[in-house]
Design a protein around this ligand. Structure first.
Ligand code: ADP
Length: 420
């Protein structure tokens, strides 16, 4: 600018009109700027021309800097587009339906599997609340509960034959990822296994009753042949009745598993139930000279199925008798507090190593198979206890010190406690 102005002034001075030439110089300089500004505006507006226009002076610098910025942005855009398309490809290849839910549980995005599994349509369903499209009260409650670690099984919308397992994972700001997986095949296999066990147990029941009946008659018969065989007959009867117990326990377990209805909500008097259990097991404890004490600290009862609760609570006491040596002590305790109500059976028995505790409620899991068999165990007792407690929304806690004894506690929630 300086050079132009000095040049214009000098020419003007030579020609005797410095002011006019200075003005003309300034005008030319402004026009040059305006011209370049227009070229810049055209270049920025026109997305097709990538290369900047030729320019000189400061404008060459401006074009060069803007060109560099544009190049960097373009490379970044390309990278992002590639990442996005990779992400889309990966989520499309995923067999699980994935749905991104916004803060109000409205659908923001979903993958191809969601289109097929839960029949979502890109046009009409984005922005809709997911619980308007998957209309199961349990699913709505599950979403509301914000349960991150659990899952829920629901029938697929418009296809009740398909079972889906649904999980919700929170991420980012108020966003949640809903993942749905088709578990129909596992469900069918599980159902087949349950039916098979139930059918086999059912089929074995009658022949075993007949065999047991005949064995009893033969043992009671007072003839010489029976007396000769008496030891073998007794052994046969022991084994037959063991099989009968296993079959009965398996049938009870499969009934508990297949009955998806909530147990009845009738109030069960706990002090009365504990007294009945005591009467049932008293003679077993007496045979081992064990002492059973009862601390019924609360008059509260439980809402539930009396037969199921009886079976679970009696199982815990029978186990305590079984795994406590002669002259040991067993304490049955029932109490209520602000968390709910609790039933506990504590013994001074052989105890359980910590490593076994998490697996005790599995079917046929026994710490010592021989000992369990000898004492008439089937290996199914604690599995039954766990099922009964699950059906009553209760939890089983096991505390044990090897060589000192064990305590099995059943914690019932307040909603199950009856105060009448
Ligand atoms: P079982 O018919 O063998 O008693 P359960 O399912 O009732 O089967 O128990 C599983 C295993 O847990 C038992 O075999 C035993 O090893 C262990 N157990 C259960 N109760 C007690 C207890 N009170 N003391 C020590 N061990 C126990």
């Amino acid at each position: 600018m300086g050079i132009i102005l000095i040049g214009a002034w000098l020419i003007g001075a030579v020609l005797g009109k410095p002011g006019v030439f200075l003005f003309l110089g300034l005008l030319a300089y402004m026009l040059w700027h305006l011209h370049n500004l227009r070229r810049l505006e055209q270049w920025l507006r026109d997305g097709r021309t990538y290369q900047p226009p030729e320019a000189s002076g400061i404008w060459s610098e401006v074009f060069y800097l803007l060109y560099g910025k544009r190049q960097r942005e373009r490379a970044q855009k390309k990278r992002l587009a590639a990442m996005l398309s990779q992400f889309r490809e990966a989520t499309s290849a995923m067999p699980d339906a994935t749905v991104v839910l916004g803060p109000g549980d409205e659908i923001q995005w979903f993958n191809d599997a969601a289109r097929q599994l839960i029949k979502l349509h890109a046009g009409q369903d984005v922005g809709q609340r997911i619980d308007n499209l998957i209309r199961y009260p349990e699913f709505g409650n599950f979403l509301e509960s914000g349960n991150e670690s659990g899952y829920i099984l629901i029938p697929a919308p418009k296809d009740p034959e398909t079972t889906l397992s649904a999980r919700v994972i929170p991420y980012g700001r108020d966003l949640r990822l809903l993942i749905l997986r088709d578990v129909s095949q596992q469900q069918r296999l599980e159902q087949m296994r349950r039916d098979f066990v139930a059918n086999v147990s059912h089929e074995l029941r009658t022949p075993l009753t007949v065999v047991n009946g005949f064995l009893e008659t033969m043992i009671d018969t007072d003839d010489e042949c029976a007396r000769e065989w008496s030891r073998s007959l007794l052994l046969m009867q022991q084994q037959a009745s063991r099989m009968q117990h296993i079959v009965e326990d398996l049938l009870l377990l499969s009934r508990l598993e297949t009955d998806s209805n909530r147990p009845p909500e009738k109030p069960v008097s706990m002090p009365a139930l504990i007294a009945t259990i005591y009467e049932d097991v008293e003679h077993l404890a007496a045979q081992k000279r064990q002492q059973i004490s009862i601390d019924s600290e609360s008059e509260a009862g439980l809402y539930g199925a009396e037969r199921e609760l009886h079976s679970a609570f009696a199982n815990l006491v029978i186990n305590a008798i079984r795994y406590t040596p002669e002259a040991g002590r067993i304490r049955i305790r029932w109490w209520a507090d602000e968390q709910g109500a609790h039933y506990a059976v504590a013994d001074t028995g052989i105890g359980i190593e910590a490593a076994h505790i998490p697996r005790l409620t599995e079917r046929f899991y026994r710490v010592d198979v021989g000992r369990s068999r000898d004492s008439g165990g089937t290996g199914l007792g604690l599995a039954i206890v766990k099922h009964v407690l699950n059906r009553h929304e209760a939890r089983l806690r096991i505390d044990s010190v090897p060589g000192r004894g064990s305590t099995f506690t059943c914690d019932f929630p307040l909603s199950r406690v009856s105060r009448t």
